[in-house]
Design a binder for this molecule. Structure first.
Ligand code: MN
Length: 505
């Protein structure tokens, strides 16, 4: 390691438990709604990667929500399954009926929420929480208490509230920054004041209104919090919650604190939730975004090829989070990266040829075109010559049918290494069926890693631009693109270009 230091404040616990609320606060993201089956799959994934507690929902909010929470509680996951309840015995009863292993009760404590939402005095809030927490604890071993809007609550009163909750039987207390107004230094101070007075574990729930959710969560840990509430991809109300990957990797890699999370599955988890949420992450998203470990500029690519720590954190590698390092070509590409990418597929241009290839790349990219691996090899072939164009996979014909009473089906006839294959596949749509048919006849197992389709022009006759990335068994990723007014055929063409790059290894 080069000049890496770990900063672990003396107050910070050595182990942090991860509490995930993707299925509760995350689903409250405007425009997002998961099906029951999707929620079960997300819960299974979260449990498998080592999340300690999964907040499955708010059972008293509807019959459907109650069913969902019950079904997740009865999946037999190793994670604890938690249900949310207002400070009402009737809400708690619904949670108990769902067989959850933890109930999370909350009540507003800030003056603004107390006066305008529940219209209770400070004393009435104390009485209500004492009564309901004691009742919950009679039926449940694990009870978490949240003082909603804690960070905007008078701190002296807040400490009184937490003491009352613990005396009534709360086993964990949560400090929610409900509207995301804290700063890291204030959060660290608040958490340490609470941990000086309270003997149960402290949990923290931060919102990202000012982009500080992860920073505030880490600051709470510095102050003594031992459980962090997160969501996958930072989903949640308004600007969302603290992101699971960012929080976990900061704790693990920067602070050197163990979270019990199998970090190698963070990218996979993020993609699962993105797909179900219909929510595309920006490429610059930390840890899990497409560009998190991608390099294009000449200086950076050259550095990373020589030693990855030159322009990456080093204490966090792509392998640690289930990502891949990628050298991308574009307007800022340099000679070293191009030489390396071509050497990987046994193409060895002379110095003069390399100059010409780089010049062509910059010319094309300078006009705003995104370049794929397929484009790079075609440009290199046009300069060097050679037989790189030999296609392992030759499509002879493809027929795709779809309709409102038809399962989308694709039938193909293709030559693979000069041997004829005939195959049919069904899919969720015509493009999916066609992709599956092509992948089914390939000799080695190829995984589709990325599929993006953009409409270039408006109207129903818009040109569709398809970009595909495939991964071979050794983990190497190749991408290719194609455009056309028939999106099924454009997808097929992009897929053929991508799979025909695989034999270059
Ligand atoms: Mn929240």
């Amino acid at each position: 390691m080069w000049g890496i230091f770990f900063f672990t404040p003396s107050n910070a616990p050595k182990k942090i438990a991860v509490f995930d609320t993707t299925l509760r606060d995350g689903e409250q993201t405007p425009g997002i709604s998961f099906t029951l089956q999707q929620k079960q799959e997300i819960a299974r994934q979260l449990s498998e990667i080592g999340v300690r507690t999964i907040e499955a929902g708010f059972p008293a909010s509807s019959g459907a929500e109650e069913e969902t929470v019950r079904s997740i509680a009865e999946m037999g996951l190793s994670a604890d399954v938690c249900g949310l309840a207002r400070m009402l015995k009737s809400d708690v009863d619904v949670c108990i009926d769902c067989n959850v292993s933890m109930v999370h009760v909350f009540i507003p404590t800030s003056d603004v929420q107390r006066i305008h939402t529940i219209r209770k005095s400070r004393e009435e809030v104390l009485h209500a929480l004492e009564e309901v927490i004691a009742y919950t604890r009679d039926h449940m071993e694990k009870v978490m208490f949240s003082a909603m809007d804690a960070t905007r609550t008078d701190w002296d009163y807040l400490l009184q509230v937490y003491e009352a909750a613990v005396n009534a039987g709360a086993t964990v207390i949560n400090v929610p920054d409900t509207v995301g107004v804290m700063t890291p230094s204030a959060m660290r101070q608040l958490a340490s004041r609470i941990s000086d007075r309270i003997r149960v574990p402290i949990d923290v729930h931060c919102h990202n209104d000012f982009g500080l959710a992860v920073a505030n969560t880490l600051a709470a840990v510095e102050g003594g919090a031992s459980q962090v509430q997160v969501t996958v991809n930072g989903l949640g109300e308004r600007a969302g919650n603290a992101d699971l990957s960012q929080t976990v990797m900061s704790l693990e890699s920067i602070y050197g604190i163990s979270t019990g999370i199998t970090t190698q599955k963070l990218v996979e988890t993020s993609r699962l939730v993105s797909r179900y949420a219909g929510f595309t992450l920006p490429p610059t998203q930390p840890i899990v975004g497409d560009n998190a470990f991608s390099h294009e500029s000449g200086i950076h690519s050259h550095g990373v090829i020589a030693c990855s720590q030159t322009f990456e954190p080093g204490i966090m590698t792509p392998e640690m989070v289930g990502h891949r390092r990628r050298i991308k070509i574009g307007k800022h590409t340099g000679r070293h990266a191009v030489r390396q990418l071509l050497a990987d597929v046994h193409m060895h241009p002379t110095e003069a040829q390399l100059d010409e290839i780089v010049e062509k790349i910059k010319f094309i990219a300078g006009k705003g075109k995104k370049l794929t691996d397929a484009d790079l090899y075609e440009i290199a072939e046009s300069v060097i010559g050679g037989n790189g164009g030999k296609r392992v996979f030759k499509l002879q014909d493809i027929t795709v049918i779809t309709g409102n009473h038809t399962i989308p089906t694709a039938s193909i006839r293709a030559l693979v290494d000069d041997k004829e294959h005939i195959h049919s596949s069904v899919g969720s749509g015509p493009v999916d069926a066609a992709m599956k048919a092509i992948l089914a006849v390939l000799p080695a197992p190829i995984v589709l890693k990325e599929f993006r389709i953009e409409a270039i022009s408006g109207g129903s006759d818009a040109i569709g631009h398809v970009t595909i990335a495939v991964e071979d068994p050794s983990g190497r990723i190749f991408d290719a693109s194609a455009a056309g007014d028939d999106i099924v055929l454009a997808s097929v063409e992009a897929m053929l270009r991508a799979v025909n790059l695989l034999h270059r290894r």
